[in-house]
Structure formats: C-alpha cells, structure tokens
Design a binder for this molecule. Structure first.
Ligand code: SAH
Length: 369
C-alpha cells in the first residue's frame, strides 16, 4: 500500500523504505504526523514514551494505542533500528560498541562508567555523528578513509537508546552524552541539534542539555551558529597545539581557521552560554608537550573560563608520533596548573579496546577485529 500523499510530502526527509520513520521526527513533527492521521496530540507523548522510555521495537508493543491505530501505523510508518555488530569490553569499565547502519556502514559508540561525579548507576555515552570523517587529523583513525556520509538524527539517538536497552537490566542509566565519537559534529550541525532535541525531550530520552557535550576540531562558523542558539550545551575544543605551525601540521582544519580565530569564537560561545569550556590536548612526545607549550597554553586561554584535559595518545599507525612519557605529561600538567589554568589528565580507560575514535571501526573494516 502506498503512503498517503500528504504524509509523503510533509515527511519527505524522514522516509525509510517508503514509510515515515517515526524515530527521526521531533515532537512537533510527530504531532503533525498524528494530526494528519486524524489523531489527538496526546498520541505524541504516548509515542515518545514508548520509543525513548520503554524503548520498544514495534507498534505491536504499544498497548495503550488501539489495535486500529497500531495497524494504521504499521501501514504508514516504521521504527528502524541499528544492528549491534561487535563490541569490546575494557577491563576498566569502558565498552565500545560497533553498530551497523541500515546501509551496511558501521559506526562506534562508547559506554563509560568511570565518570565518578555522575554517581552510582549513571553512565556516559560517546556517540558518533558521521561515518568516517573529513577532517583528517594526523593522529586520528576516524579520518583515515575519509568521510562516507553524515548520520541522520535518529541514527545518533539510536546509539544511546541501544546502549540504554543493554543497561536496563543492570538498573543503570545514560546520564551524560558526548558527541566525541567518529566524525566532526559541527559539520553535521543540523542533524546533531535534531538528535539533541530528541535526547533532551522530557517525554523522550530526557537527558538535560547541561549533560550533553559537543566536541569539535574547530569549525569556527559553526561555533558562532551554535552560540546564537544559546543552548546550555557543553563545548569541548580539540586544541592539541599552541602554535599555528604545529596545529596545522596535526589538524588541517587549522589552515582554514587558525588558533586566534578559534579562540575568538570560543569567547563568543562562552558569553552566549555562560558555560565553562573544555580544551582537549593530546600529548605527543616532543611535538606539543614542551614546557614552552605549557606556558603558551596558559597565555592563549587567559580570560576564558575553561579546563584543559590532557589526553594520552592512543597510538594508531603513524611513522613518527609517539605518546608522551608519564614524566613529560606530569611536568606539563604541573606547569599549566601553576600558571593558574586548571589542567586534568584524562584517566586512560579503554586503551585495550581500541578506545580512540575510529579504531574499532578501522580494524573491523580491515577484517582483523
Ligand atoms: N571531531 C571532533 C570529535 C571527535 S574526536 C573533535 O575533533 O573534537 C574526539 C576527541 O578524541 C578529539 O579531541 C580528538 O582529537 C581525540 N582523538 C582522536 N584520535 C585520538 C587518538 N588516537 N588518541 C587520543 N585521542 C584521540
């Protein structure tokens, strides 16, 4: 049976196998969907709760909808899923999941239980926003095969929903979401914001905006766009160097928007959102980890309310890069802290499970996972 014209026209961006993909609709769009079906707006909340609180897979399970409505939904709508393809467990309470998308591509998501401040039974998840990545940072596995495509909102939300389903029997809850998996979220901003809307929605997944973070390599115009929205989202900036010369070598994006332009955008974001910023800094031996770098870092970030998070590099195939020794990391951290800038060391979890972005996907694509 073909889809009624009004639905096909209204939801042309959200069709899946010729039917409306209800997982990809925002609450207002769901309301419109039910209005077209001649249903009351009350259905929207019911559906959201089935999808994101009870996390069912089929209309059949939605027992507070009449049989008639359920069979109508079967005719015009679908609830696609991601397929769990692989996972690797770290001894350190981190699990990395590989999900297969409907088109056969794979993405990764990570579940982390180690953020003590979240409290017992609360976990953080790290979501992918794209299949592959176009940014081509020299130290990162995600960009090694370029960008295949961006994810749609529902494909991002589904990563969190699937992980939550696995946590349900353990009485644990996804309480924190970071867009720090494969991809550059700010080059897929529209869909990332749609995903955040669904993840944040009270009748839906209900994670507060303040517990959702976006990490970017520094796509400056998108930082301004995001600032204009004035959402209390956390923003993490992958800085990784203190001079344009080194940063451009590590991160091609710096040739387009340099450190100064990036930090100006950060200032505007902070003024708009009043949120503390996080600067991520991967420690690479003798490349960006000298005490002179530490001093420059303090100078660069002066005036911003922020935290520097040092990241031990998860080695990928690279001819020259090496991770900094513990001594160098400690000396760097002390120097930054004594300059009055708060600097933490990311506790290393999951080095044994290919924890860095794109590593499990890359290995699985090569057939050795
Ligand atoms: N594109 C976004 C988000 C994905 S990467 C960004 O650049 O921020 C998430 C974080 O992991 C970034 O700080 C990134 O630089 C870092 N990262 C990538 N590869 C890594 C590796 N091999 N070891 C440690 N950190 C890595």
């Amino acid at each position: 049976m073909s889809l009624p014209e009004e639905l096909a026209a209204e939801f042309s961006d959200h069709l899946y196998e010729g039917k409306v993909n209800l997982r990809d609709l925002l609450p207002a769009e769901l309301q419109r969907f039910f209005a077209i079906l001649g249903q009351s707006s009350y259905r929207t909340g019911q559906l959201l709760r089935w999808l994101y609180l009870r996390r069912v897979s089929s209309f059949e399970e939605m027992t507070d909808l009449s049989h008639r409505l359920r069979s109508r939904l079967e005719e015009v709508a679908v609830l696609p899923r991601l397929r769990w393809a692989n996972s690797s467990n770290s001894v350190q309470d981190t699990t990395k999941f590989l999900f297969a998308l409907p088109d056969g591509n794979c993405i990764e998501s990570v579940k982390m239980r180690y953020l003590e401040h979240l409290g017992p039974g609360r976990v953080a998840v790290c979501l992918s926003s794209q299949v592959g990545c176009a940014m081509n940072c020299a130290f990162c596995a995600s960009g090694k095969n370029g960008l295949l495509r961006s994810l749609k909102a529902w494909e991002m939300v589904e990563q969190a929903v699937q992980i939550q389903r696995l946590l349900d029997p353990l009485q644990e809850r996804v309480a924190n979401i970071v867009f720090m998996g494969i991809g550059e979220p700010l080059t897929n901003l529209r869909q990332v914001l749609r995903a955040i809307c669904l993840l944040n929605c009270g009748d839906g997944f209900a994670v507060g905006m303040r517990h959702i973070a976006i990490s970017t390599c520094g796509v400056v115009p998108a930082i301004y766009q995001l600032a204009q929205k004035q959402l209390p989202l956390k923003l993490a900036l992958s800085l990784h160097a203190t001079t344009d010369e080194v940063r451009s070598r590590l991160m091609p994006v710096n040739r387009r928007w340099n450190i100064k332009e990036l930090l100006e955008a950060c200032k505007v974001y902070q003024q708009a959102t009043h949120r503390r910023l996080t600067f991520e800094y991967i420690m690479l031996d003798h490349i960006n980890d000298t005490l002179a770098d530490a001093d420059r870092l303090v100078e660069l970030l002066r005036g911003l309310r922020c935290l520097v998070n040092l990241i031990p590099w998860n080695a990928i195939d690279h001819p020259t890069f090496q991770r900094s020794s513990n001594n160098r990391v400690r000396a760097f951290q002390e120097r930054v802290n004594s300059g009055g800038l708060r600097c933490t060391l990311r506790c290393e979890k999951g080095a044994d499970i290919d924890a860095a972005c794109g590593q499990l996907r890359l290995r699985t694509m090569r057939g050795d996972a």
